[in-house]
Design a protein around this ligand. Structure first.
Ligand code: AMP
Ligand code: ZN
Length: 472
């Protein structure tokens, strides 16, 4: 059975066939963050989804080249440097570093390439030149360069591949300068934005005068620069399908750089949005969370990741703190089982249970059906717990169960909690103080420290091998 994915281009679940004649190499591009602030948990739902796609392709033996752009020039960034007085690089570096830290907290595999827009002005300008040479890009009276939808269509190209559009309301020659607009404001969009006084020092020279690139052209230029004019897979959140991805197709295919009969991208995948308490996240509603906010509340990256991976990527997902707490409980059940298996297995080694892995593979091959995959994992946990409780499990069987999990976890990327290895340093320090208090016979202090740990979400389990920290 082949791996199947839902392709927004065809609105259907299709077998995945890479362009590589050997069927091995896969080029994958996911639109990355605009580094003007800390990313929120919605952004990271999309990045965890991209990580899942990549991990699943790798599990299935493909060699993935994963590219994620960093949008480091954009209106909100320019506003940010105006208010802080920082340089563009200093301002964006802070949020780019934070983004990469958050990605690591969620155990996302680092993309192989993280191209910054500001470092790819040359390929961007070259792409606009190609469009201009074909009569698809034109400079307007405001000095900016726009994409002509009419001239694109006149070349037999189709605008409206990812979404259906109503061209009746389009007035030829009308232009949008903003990168973000809705289907109702369908119009020629900006490729190169002429330098404006409020841009300050943020500008580059170009054949059309000083200015800066539009957002859409960045992704066309950088994806084709790194993956070639035609590649396999392009991902992003559902809000990006229009206009961002539609415009990417138009720019990339309008330049006429693909070999005959080839598209810019064969498979487009879009992740549904994350909502908070059923609504859109907003700072003014007080329901806006960054990954950092959740870490400060005592949650671990793997708990957030587990919660995000619990829903299918095409279903909108409702985030609540209660949901995160129950994710913690389910994960603790899995952790407990793994811990017992590890204790029983000792140094024994065994191959994984292929029947379980086959079922797991069938589930995820169906457009990443995580619900079915988790069903298999938790049935497996239940069976393992039963066998452990009955004392019927031999060391080599425990080792086989652990090997099975390790294979499945190359996809989920949750790692496993080994004793207190996962506890933050200050928590381990509290445990050490409690041990010292006990040794010194200061039991009230030892109890107070135990209570403090409890408040912070950790319990101490006294085992024959010494105390062990467990999440509450
Ligand atoms: P941005 O930094 O705003 O360009 O967004 C980065 C990525 O996050 C894009 O792929 C967006 O589609 C995605 N995104 C933005 N908001 C949400 C949300 N609430 N849920 C899921 N993905 C989102
Ligand atoms: Zn993009």
């Amino acid at each position: 059975m082949p791996l199947k994915l839902f392709n927004t281009l065809t609105r259907s679940v299709e077998p995945f066939v890479p362009l590589d004649p050997a069927g091995k190499a896969v080029g994958m591009y996911c639109c990355g963050p605009t580094v003007y602030d800390f990313g929120h948990i919605g952004n990271f739902r999309t990045f965890v989804f991209a990580d899942l796609v990549r991990r699943w392709l790798e599990f299935r033996g493909y060699q993935v080249t994963h590219v994620m752009n960093i949008t480091d020039v954009e209106d909100k960034i320019i506003k940010g440097i105006r208010t802080t007085g920082q340089s563009l690089r200093d301002y964006t570096a802070r949020y780019e570093t934070a983004f990469l830290e958050d990605l690591a907290t969620l155990n996302c595999r680092r993309p192989h390439h993280l191209p910054r827009a500001t470092e790819h002005i040359e390929p961007i300008v070259r792409l606009i030149e190609k469009l201009a040479a074909r009569g698809i890009a034109y400079q307007a009276a405001d000095g900016s360069v726009y994409f002509s939808i009419q001239n694109y269509q006149a070349r037999g190209c189709r605008y409206g591949q990812l979404v259906s559009l109503n061209f009746d309301q389009m007035r030829p020659g009308e232009r949008v300068a903003n990168d973000e607009y809705d289907k109702e404001s369908l119009a020629d969009f900006a490729l190169w934005k002429a330098r404006a006084p409020e841009d300050g020092e943020v500008f580059w020279p170009s054949p059309w005068g000083e200015g800066r690139p539009g957002w859409h052209i960045e992704c066309s230029a950088m994806s084709m620069h790194l993956l070639g004019p035609s590649f396999d897979l392009h991902l992003g959140g559902e809000d990006l399908a229009f206009p961002h991805h539609e415009d990417e197709i138009a720019q990339s295919e309008g330049a006429g750089v693909q070999p005959p009969g080839r598209r810019f991208v064969n498979y487009w995948m879009h992740g549904a949005h994350l909502l908070v308490n059923g609504g859109k996240m907003s700072k003014s509603l007080g329901n806006f969370f960054t990954i950092r906010d959740l870490l400060h509340q005592g949650f671990a990256g793997r708990e957030i990741r587990f919660l995000m991976l619990s829903a299918h990527y095409r279903e909108s997902f409702n985030f609540t703190l209660d949901g995160l707490r129950s994710a913690r409980t389910s994960l603790a059940r899995l952790d407990d089982c793994l811990l017992k298996l590890r204790e029983l297995a000792g140094t024994a080694a065994a191959p994984p249970d292929q029947a379980v892995l086959d079922r797991f593979t069938q589930a995820l091959d169906q457009d990443l059906n995580v619900s079915a995959a988790w069903g298999i994992v938790f049935d497996w946990v239940r069976d393992a717990n039963r066998a452990l409780a009955s004392g019927a499990l031999a060391a080599h069987q425990a080792a086989a169960a652990l090997a099975t999990w390790r294979h499945m976890d190359t996809v989920f990327g949750l790692g496993d909690r080994q004793g207190d290895a996962e506890a933050p340093r200050e928590i381990v320090a509290l445990l050490d103080q409690r041990q010292a208090a006990r040794k010194a016979g200061d039991f009230p202090r030892a109890d107070a420290l135990r209570a403090e740990l409890q408040d912070k979400g950790w319990v101490i389990e006294d085992t024959p091998k010494g105390p062990r920290l467990k999440r509450r």
